[in-house]
Design a binder for this molecule. Structure first.
Ligand code: BGC
Length: 731
């Protein structure tokens, strides 16, 4: 899709004029900071320098507060193809002008930024937004982020993250669409459409990047950056399909993951980046290393030195070096020494230029000042609020919710008035003051409440203050907003414990002991082990990290203006020992049985999770009846009658699961294969039909042949992965 004869001719013509150094320049992305898109303190820089992770020049540059001038000279010499985390229309235009007007060949620059869940209008974190199960929302939030980012000089984002995440110890679960492969394929397509549109050269689109390629979420022990070893069949079945969907959707770039895959770092993995990506799947865009990952090939010990790491990576198909400048420093020498063929470099440059042409940068390199800036515009905020309230998952409700406007409430919790926290874990342009907090929303709604500021930033609780307030309060309902700080989830934030941080659980116990009703609002980026806390709460509402409209969206749900429709896309474990935990695990010979010791279980704790994949309550109830399974050529059509049996309207997510009864490799107990969303008035019934292509039911045998032979299937139409009406069909 990126390739077309006219552009290929232009690329060849340009390539013919380029010196080797200029070619390598196109493969060089200069970082905003020496560790990627993040700022580092002098102390951290000292540590990085001592550990050999950054050079003396980089260390000095950080201490002196920047490398702007050096960057500009490098651009002038044609030694830079892209920047990371440089933003702002004025500055990007200035650098672009140097590239276009002062470098010998005038090749425009790419400006890449982690626009992960919104630019200035911050949307819910990916794990939250995934719970909407709404592909229109996925697409719209990406489109809005693209529009705001491009206005700001950015033409490339490092998202969507398509890592299948089944281990909540891993902090980056917050950036993922969750644990399910089929779900992630649908998410991938919607996100790429949203960012790139039909034509990424238009002023409201940017180039996307599917990451982290691949299996990064499978790191041992849930530890970030850790090693991954798995069979190729599992890789093909669980981890690769979202990337295949991204390629089919025309994604411009792909980022190899930090981890090694069965002994070879992804960054220098020729099978992955060349045989599989280009050979099997005809990916036409380019691969960008993760931040400083080329250097890490050496640290992993499969390269002898920096030059070796650079040669291995570019030869494998990692076209651009993010931030460590090993390509620009070593590849010229490698070609001169005959270690590396210039044709490898030519091919990498072709791929990079292809994306620059697709973005229209040769025709329109600069960003114009918009007549009406779109950042934080009313429609963008409205979309953020809608996405946020759809992301909320009601986990427990004994009938206390929805609240009545007249209820007097006591509010506790560090997060209740923290705009910065609401933005979530990966936000670069978002500002805390743009966020509507819970207290802001209560104020603007005119709700009578008292806030007790008894939780400190270190998550300790002033129990005197709390207990006195509880004793004195006339209010009978306490809203407690608890969880984990946004800085404690995300990259480099693996945890060994998934409890509420600090003394927050004890605080909930005090509230419960006071005899007041307790509504627990969870603020977090990963499943937490909240079994006991849920037990003592009258309601538990998973609000995740909802972005700039967090407070409004939360109140929309709490007061019943919006009937919660969010469904989990990750399993909530009861205890850390259950991790990794996911609904679609392979069948086993001795599955769990409460009746027999000699089955797969924990002898000291529960085996079943707290909340299953797909789970979520609403203010109404639904029944499923009359499951009909029909074969229509190569399609399995699943129909079911869904009735709203409660007294308020609601939107149900009808989930279709299958189990392939007999396999050449062990098959999962259940697999999501489709879903539909249906809006139902109280008492209304609708027939929902989901069509599943035979290919979607295929799997890999141990030799990695894709099997789509006829089989027998159990099929469930369900509210979540642990329930549903079941049928069986040969297909
Ligand atoms: C992360 C990537 C990110 C890159 C650039 C890395 O540390 O793993 O997801 O895109 O930094 O900021």
């Amino acid at each position: 899709m990126l390739k077309n004869p006219e552009t290929e001719q232009k690329i060849d013509a340009l390539l013919a004029k380029m010196t080797l150094r200029e070619k390598i320049g196109q493969l060089n992305q200069l970082g905003g900071s020496p560790v990627g898109g993040f700022g580092v303190t002098k102390e951290e820089a000292e540590g990085l320098y001592q550990a050999g992770n950054i050079t003396k020049e980089q260390y000095d540059a950080i201490c002196q507060g920047g490398t702007a001038d050096a960057n500009e000279d490098a651009v002038r010499r044609g030694e830079v193809g892209a920047f990371l985390s440089v933003q702002g229309r004025e500055y990007t235009n200035r650098l672009q002008r140097i590239a276009v007007e002062e470098s010998r060949l005038g090749i425009p620059l790419l400006f890449g930024l982690d626009v992960i869940h919104g630019h200035r209008t911050v949307f819910p974190s990916p794990i939250a937004e995934a719970c909407t199960w709404n592909t229109d929302t996925f697409e719209e939030s990406a489109h809005i982020a693209a529009r705001e980012a491009r206005e700001d000089g950015i033409n490339w984002t490092f998202t969507p993250m398509l890592d299948i995440a089944r281990d909540p110890r891993w902090g980056r679960i917050v950036e993922s669409p969750g644990e399910d492969t089929y779900f992630a394929t649908r998410y991938a397509v919607a996100k790429i459409k949203g960012f790139q549109g039909e034509d990424m050269s238009t002023s409201d689109r940017i180039c996307a990047c599917a990451k982290h390629f691949v299996a990064y979420g499978q790191g041992e022990g849930g530890r970030d950056y850790n090693t991954v070893d798995m069979s190729e069949a599992k890789l093909r079945e669980v981890y690769l399909p979202p990337f295949e969907a991204a390629i089919e959707a025309g994604v411009g770039t792909i980022m190899p993951a930090f981890n090694d895959l069965s002994g070879i770092p992804c960054t220098s993995n020729k099978w992955l980046l060349d045989t599989y990506l280009r050979g099997e799947h005809h990916f036409e865009g380019f691969c960008i290393s993760d931040a400083h990952a080329v250097k890490q090939v050496r640290f992993a010990g499969t390269a002898r030195d920096e030059a070796d790491a650079a040669v291995q990576s570019v030869s494998a198909g990692c076209d651009m070096d993010m931030g460590c400048e090993h390509y620009i420093h070593h590849l010229e020498g490698a070609v001169a020494n005959g270690i590396l063929s210039e044709e490898v470099i030519n091919e990498a440059v072709r791929r990079v230029l292809r994306v620059k042409f697709a973005l229209g940068l040769f025709e329109h390199p600069y960003v114009e000042t918009p007549r009406e800036p779109s950042v934080l515009s009313a429609p963008h905020r409205a979309a953020a609020r809608d996405a946020a309230r759809r992301s909320v998952v009601l986990l427990k409700n004994d009938g206390i919710l929805p609240l009545s406007q007249k209820t007097n409430i006591l509010v506790v919790g560090y997060f209740a008035d923290r705009g910065d926290e609401m933005l979530g874990s990966w936000v670069i342009s978002g500002q805390g003051e743009d966020s509507v907090t819970l207290l802001d929303a209560l104020n603007s709604r005119g709700v009578d409440y008292t806030f007790v500021p008894c939780v400190g930033a270190d998550m300790t609780v002033d129990f005197n203050l709390l207990d006195n307030a509880l004793a004195a309060a006339e209010e009978s309902i306490v809203l407690a907003m608890v969880g984990e700080k946004r800085d404690n989830v995300g990259e480099a934030c693996s945890k060994g414990h998934l409890d509420l941080e600090g003394e927050q659980s004890e605080m909930l116990a005090h509230i419960h002991a006071s005899g007041k009703s307790l509504v627990t609002l969870l603020f977090n980026g990963r499943p937490m082990t909240i079994g006991q806390e849920a037990e003592i709460s009258n309601a538990v509402v998973e609000t995740w990290q909802l972005g700039v409209e967090a407070g409004n969206a939360t109140l929309d749900v709490l007061f019943g203006d919006y009937n919660p429709s969010g469904r989990l896309t990750v399993t909530f474990p009861r205890h850390v020992g259950q991790c990794p935990t996911y609904y679609n695990h392979p069948k086993i010979g001795r599955p769990y049985s409460a009746l027999s010791k000699w089955t797969s279980k924990y002898i000291d704790d529960e085996t079943a999770p707290l909340y299953p994949f797909g789970y979520g309550l609403s203010y109404t109830t639904y029944t499923y009846e009359n499951l009909v399974l029909r074969v229509e050529d190569d399609i399995l059509a699943v129909s079911v009658d869904v009735t709203n049996t409660g007294s308020v309207p609601g939107e149900e997510t009808v989930q279709i699961y299958t189990q392939c009864r007999y396999g050449l490799r062990v098959r999962p107990v259940k697999e999501l294969k489709g879903w539909d969303k249906v809006f139902l008035y109280a008492g209304e019934t609708k027939t929902v039909t989901v069509r599943i292509a035979r290919k979607t039911l295929g799997y890999y045998d141990a030799q990695c042949n894709f099997i789509t032979e006829p089989n027998t299937y159990f099929v469930w139409a369900a509210h979540d992965s642990s329930s549903g009406v079941q049928g069986e069909i040969a297909f």
